[in-house]
Design a protein around this ligand. Structure first.
Ligand code: GLU
Length: 364
């Protein structure tokens, strides 16, 4: 048995798991999820559901399965499918006199501190009200903040888990876990029960994304694992169609692949780690050494400012760190000029700390 002792979990359900063969939302399946969430609640475990299936089921409802879809068409599918999804969740939880709340988010919500705090407040309030949050990406508007236009819900669920202080992320998918070889092609492929570190070997095993109705393959699940592990959150990839799978995972039964949580970062450090950087500060060797020794970043160590950002935003520092800046890009650009006499301070203020040591995270 595994000792997971989770108090707050994020359950991510993939498109191929939540949709039936014919592409419509599987209401019986959602009913089984609701039953398990209610059971967990009785044991003092809170759940957040991250659901996929909006584009997939919308495409079916619109009779567009198998047809090529441009971005606007996929967005239209998401708009239609999202209502089908939510209706099914609502119906399933009504049986237990439980309300669900629809939370549609974009990746931008994780880079903009104000929007992130809004999200946290709203989620906390939903918990206080006893409402189960059902999260999906807001595919209808998510076009410019992420690569490939639509993100994948694997990464989204990991960010939700990290930002909402979950201890366990369960990815319900249509395979049993991570295998050392492709189980569809190789009958000798073996399931890996535990991963403590994402090595090159693990990334190789993850291979490529597989089919076109879902966005994520194993590769995106490994990216999600990196985020979860760094956030002190265990993550499990498991077959979503196993009976009582969520309850069994939470009880510690050894099914699926467990990615073990690393040391917890502080909230602020996690914020820095998972925010999209707004710009970059190029620094000299002395500054890099100082930062690696836990010192603040002084303006005199900066050689170049890239991008346009405001005070309080997260930026990349060289290729090795990220941090929150105390000045805007325009202000920093004025401060960084060198000093003719070689001293560390000049009248531009280049001896001042541009990023405090407590606002810097070393990445590698
Ligand atoms: N947000 C997409 C949807 O609901 C799914 C993304 C994914 O499968 O990872 O259709």
């Amino acid at each position: 048995m595994r000792d997971l002792s989770a108090k707050r979990i994020v359950i991510k359900i993939g498109t191929n798991t939540i949709c039936k063969e014919d592409g419509t939302v599987d209401r019986e399946y959602i009913a089984s999820i609701a039953r398990q969430v209610i059971e967990l609640e009785a044991r003092g475990v809170q759940s957040i559901i991250v659901t996929s299936g909006a584009i997939g089921s919308g495409s079916t409802e619109l009779g567009l399965n198998g047809k090529n879809k441009d971005i606007a068409m996929k967005q239209a599918c998401a708009a239609v499918g999202q209502t089908a999804l939510m209706l099914s969740y609502r119906e399933a939880f009504t049986k237990y006199a439980k309300l669900v709340g629809q939370v549609l988010i974009t990746y931008g919500a994780f880079s903009d501190r104000k929007r992130y705090l809004n999200l946290r407040d709203a989620m906390d309030r939903l918990f206080k009200l006893g409402v189960v949050p059902i999260v999906n990406e807001n595919d209808v508007i998510a076009t410019d903040e992420i690569s490939d236009v639509f993100g994948d819900n694997d990464k989204l669920s990991a960010l939700v888990a990290a930002k909402m202080d979950a201890d366990l992320l369960v990815l319900l998918t249509d395979v049993d876990g991570l295998f050392d070889r492709n189980p569809e092609a190789d009958p000798d492929a073996r399931l890996i029960p535990t991963v403590d570190e994402i090595t090159k070997d693990i990334e190789r095993m993850a291979g490529k994304a597989r089919n076109d109705r879902s966005v994520g393959g194993m590769r995106t699940k490994i990216s999600a694992a990196k985020i979860a592990m760094q956030s002190g959150c265990n993550m499990i990839i498991v077959h979503g169609r196993e009976r009582n799978v969520i309850l069994r995972v939470v009880e510690g039964e050894e099914i699926g692949t467990l990615f073990t949580a690393k040391a917890r970062y502080t909230n602020k450090e996690r914020w820095i780690l998972f925010s999209c950087p707004r710009g970059k500060l190029i620094v000299d060797e002395g500054a890099e050494r100082a930062l690696r020794n836990g010192k603040s970043l002084l303006a005199c160590g900066i050689t170049k400012v890239e991008g346009s950002f405001g005070k309080g935003e997260v930026v990349r520092i060289g290729g090795f760190a990220k941090g929150i800046v105390s000045f805007s890009s325009a202000e920093i650009a004025k401060m960084i000029g060198g000093c003719a006499d070689g001293s560390r301070t000049n009248s531009n203020g280049n001896g001042r700390a541009v990023a405090d040591s407590s606002s810097i995270v070393i990445l590698n």
